[in-house]
Design a protein around this ligand. Structure first.
Ligand code: DAT
Ligand code: MG
Length: 140
């Protein structure tokens, strides 16, 4: 096992319900360290660029609108197998399928408004971290 970094986003449905601290507690309880964090509001264009891998999916327009609809908290999480571990703590994309105790089971409102994003592989984690953060902003 190796120490990894992954990109996490606390989405607008969660920031609007004041859940940032509760979600961060889930990461920290799982042994993930928040080594960079900032609250920003994305434009629809920036959301579209971030999610361009989904450009052909039927929900792409809705996803970009939602991600630009309010503040998000973007963060870098660090820890042993952080990419996989974060996906476990997040739970399944659709909260109806998410295991008990996961962030999405507890907090997500729907498959579209599902409270958190997490990178899915080492390559995407590196790309997504660089999308939001410079090296100077990440302090492990
Ligand atoms: P994940 O966020 O678990 O990595 P994904 O990469 O398949 O899931 O999809 C990215 C986001 O797109 C997801 O968090 C919410 C939205 N999405 C996915 N499937 C959807 C659907 N069937 N309807 C509406 N939004 C969807
Ligand atoms: Mg994904």
């Amino acid at each position: 096992m190796a120490t990894e970094r992954t990109l996490s986003i606390i989405k607008p449905d969660a920031t609007s319900r004041n859940l940032t601290g509760k979600i961060n507690a889930k990461f920290e309880e799982a042994g993930l360290r928040i080594v960079a964090q900032k609250r920003i509001q994305l434009s629809k264009e920036q959301a579209g660029e971030f999610y361009k891998v989904h450009a052909e999916r039927p929900f792409y327009g809705e996803l970009c609108e939602f991600m630009a609809s309010g503040p998000v908290v973007v963060q870098v999480l660090e820890g042993e197998s952080a990419i996989t571990k974060n996906r476990e703590v997040m739970g399944a994309t659709n909260p109806a399928d998410a295991d008990e105790g996961t962030i999405r089971a507890e907090f997500a409102e729907s498959v579209g408004e599902n409270s958190v994003h997490g990178s899915d592989a080492p390559e995407t984690a590196a790309e997504e971290i660089a999308f939001f953060f410079s090296g100077l902003e990440i302090v492990g």
